[in-house]
Design a protein around this ligand. Structure first.
Ligand code: ADP
Length: 585
């Protein structure tokens, strides 16, 4: 994030201070200009102009700041610094690197008025050109690469704001992000650093229908409610239901090239967990540190509210930048409720007309503007890339009828409903299979059919039908008891139990079960289907249901998840199930 002191245009005077909201008089400013407030120069952004009174939201604590102090306008919108060094970094909500701030101030608590560039300005990167003198380049075109981390090659692109032209000179070797590496005939100089205003989507050629799943390695997601690369999803759930674990599982295992994790306003200790944990984790597919493909934005609840408002924009802009390089990016925001609450707080300080439950009337518009920036794109440089956006929602008391959940539901196409009852029963992930949905299912089926098995959609539908039937039968069981049900329905309940316990449950903390590739997901489901078919054959042949469900082999279905050599295990298990059932008739 930057706004350099040299570009300061005009001074104003503080009129009033109300928490994060400051008004100033006589400031020559436009909407969304970044300003420096008070003697300490706290960073803020213009959010309202009426006559000669300008209203500013300040990204830092304003205690002690008072009327009469100066306000300086930079004349520039809030921007992010983009370039090598974004990965393996941890930022606050206005892209100040937390480790840099820590060394500057000697403590992990952010001091006021401390500014730091989003990417290191004096670090040398090895630039390998991909264009030569005489080539013609347009905005967005890749002019070279930098090995940013062990996993990711950073593509250096002509900024979207350039005109483009013929390359007159190209450098190769070690440079800082501010040194020109490519010069064009119109005088434009391409460096490894670009800036982009956070509230504006980066340009793209077209948005396409996403047709590839973002594989998460979580059975209930991939197998039942898949999200597409470029898709949107919401994870609402009450406290303790598993939002954070689900987001972390996605950050670790999702088959995206880049992960942007926005920790927004959760309690400080939860975010500390992320900040402490993530740098220790390994990327299971490459063995490299997970941070080598990750950018973390941490804005805890004790950090100023306005920075919480901006952190999701900072995150999505970084995501779009890597998308432009042709990467698949997954952005997790935990939690969008805290973001909405920040909007609510600022709106009430502005004395705006409140909407539902005190949220501003523009809540729905802001949420949709955010999720709109996700998608599968053809980029301006001809590559394809995607941004998938996954937002946790923490409705107070777990009540999904509140405005943030409801407005999010109208926008996102995948809904993973976490359920307090399931969590209490230790059914994890506690995603409610009756309430959740994915509108991507049909468009992703061809991928699963081609890459896993032809009957993937049929098998999933079979499981959905059994679970639906179970839900109906359970109501009857509550009235009359299980034994009053006909034998075939008792057997259906048993099959449904295996679907729940073996297939839908998955232990995030078991070294093998934590990640389940789609092939294994398919085999687990079809093993249960196999048990179902053999069991119903036995029932038709006159075997009593108690004997069918008490065969030794059946409970071993619950152990497939923890098998590393699952193919062999499943093949043997299927044979045994058939054998044990058939010998009874
Ligand atoms: P939330 O973020 O919704 O408050 P958490 O994600 O912190 O909830 O989950 C609460 C607890 O539930 C975790 O500490 C963990 O013990 C358990 N849990 C959640 N998901 C799983 C899972 N997939 N596997 C095992 N345990 C889980």
């Amino acid at each position: 994030m930057s706004a350099t002191q040299e570009t300061v245009r005009e001074d104003g005077i503080i009129e009033s201070v109300s928490g994060p909201v400051v008004t100033a008089r006589d400031l020559d400013a436009r909407m969304n200009d970044v300003v420096y407030v008070g003697d300490e120069g706290l960073m803020g952004e213009v959010i309202e102009i009426e006559g000669d009174i300008t209203t500013i939201q300040v990204y830092e604590e304003t205690s002690g700041v008072g009327p009469g102090e100066p306000v300086e306008n930079t004349g520039e919108p809030l921007t992010v610094d983009l370039g090598p060094g974004l990965l393996d970094s941890i930022y606050d909500g206005v892209q100040r690197p937390l480790d840099v701030l820590e060394t500057k101030m000697g403590s992990p608590y952010l001091d006021r008025g401390v500014d730091a560039p989003g990417i290191e300005l004096d670090k040398q990167w090895s630039f390998a050109p991909e264009v030569a003198a005489g080539d013609v380049v347009e905005p967005g075109d890749v002019v070279g690469t930098v090995e940013e981390t062990v996993t990711i090659d950073h593509k250096v692109m002509v900024p979207p704001t350039f005109e483009g032209g013929e390359v007159v000179s190209v450098e190769s070797g070690e440079f800082t992000v501010e040194e020109a590496v490519v010069e064009l005939d119109n005088g434009e100089e391409v460096t490894m650093r670009q800036e982009w205003p956070v509230r504006e989507a980066r340009p793209s050629e077209t948005k396409k229908t996403p047709r590839t799943p973002l594989i998460s390695g979580q059975r209930i997601l991939d197998g039942m409610f898949p999200i597409a690369k470029g898709g949107t999803a919401a994870i609402p759930g009450p406290f303790g239901s598993g939002k954070t674990v689900t987001q972390h599982q996605l950050a670790k295992y999702a088959d995206a090239d880049i992960i942007v994790y926005v920790g927004c306003g959760e309690r400080g200790n939860e975010m500390t967990e992320v900040i402490d944990d993530f740098p220790e984790l390994e990327d299971p597919s490459t063995g490299n540190p997970l941070m080598a493909r990750t950018s973390l934005i941490a804005n805890t609840s004790n950090m100023p509210v306005a920075a919480r408002e901006s952190c999701v924009y900072t995150g999505i802009t970084i995501a779009e930048y890597y998308r432009d390089m042709g990467y698949d990016v997954a952005l997790m925001a935990d939690s969008t409720s805290r973001w909405a609450e920040a909007m609510r707080e600022i709106s009430s300080r502005l004395e705006e007309m409140p909407g539902e439950e005190g949220y501003p009337a523009y809540l729905a518009a802001r949420l949709s503007e955010f999720y709109e920036r996700a998608g599968y794109f053809e980029n301006v440089n001809g590559t394809e890339g995607s941004v998938s956006a996954i937002g946790a929602v923490s409705p107070p008391g777990g009540d999904f009828s509140e405005p943030v959940t409801q407005n999010t539901l109208r926008i996102v196409k995948t809904f993973w409903a976490l359920d307090a009852d399931l969590a209490e029963r230790r059914h994890f992930p506690s995603i409610n299979w009756n309430e959740s949905y994915s509108l991507y299912k049909d468009q992703l089926d061809p991928w699963f059919q081609e890459n896993v098995e032809e009957d993937w959609p049929d098998e999933r539908q079979w499981a959905v039908d059994v679970l639906d039937e179970e839900a109906e039968l359970r109501e009857i069981v509550q009235l009359v008891g299980k034994d009053a049900l006909p034998e075939d329905q008792q057997l259906t309940l048993e099959v449904a139990r295996y679907l729940r316990e073996a297939y839908l449950q998955q232990n995030a903390f078991h070294p093998t079960d934590t990640f389940c590739p789609p092939e294994k997901t398919y085999l687990m489901l079809t093993s249960i289907h196999h048990f179902n078919d053999e069991a119903f054959k036995a029932l038709e042949a006159g075997v009593p249901v108690e004997e069918i469900i008490s065969i030794d082999a059946a409970p071993r279905l619950n152990r497939i998840g923890v098998q590393e050599d699952y193919e062999e295990y499943v093949a043997e298990l299927k044979d045994e199930i058939a054998e044990q059932l058939r010998e009874q008739y």
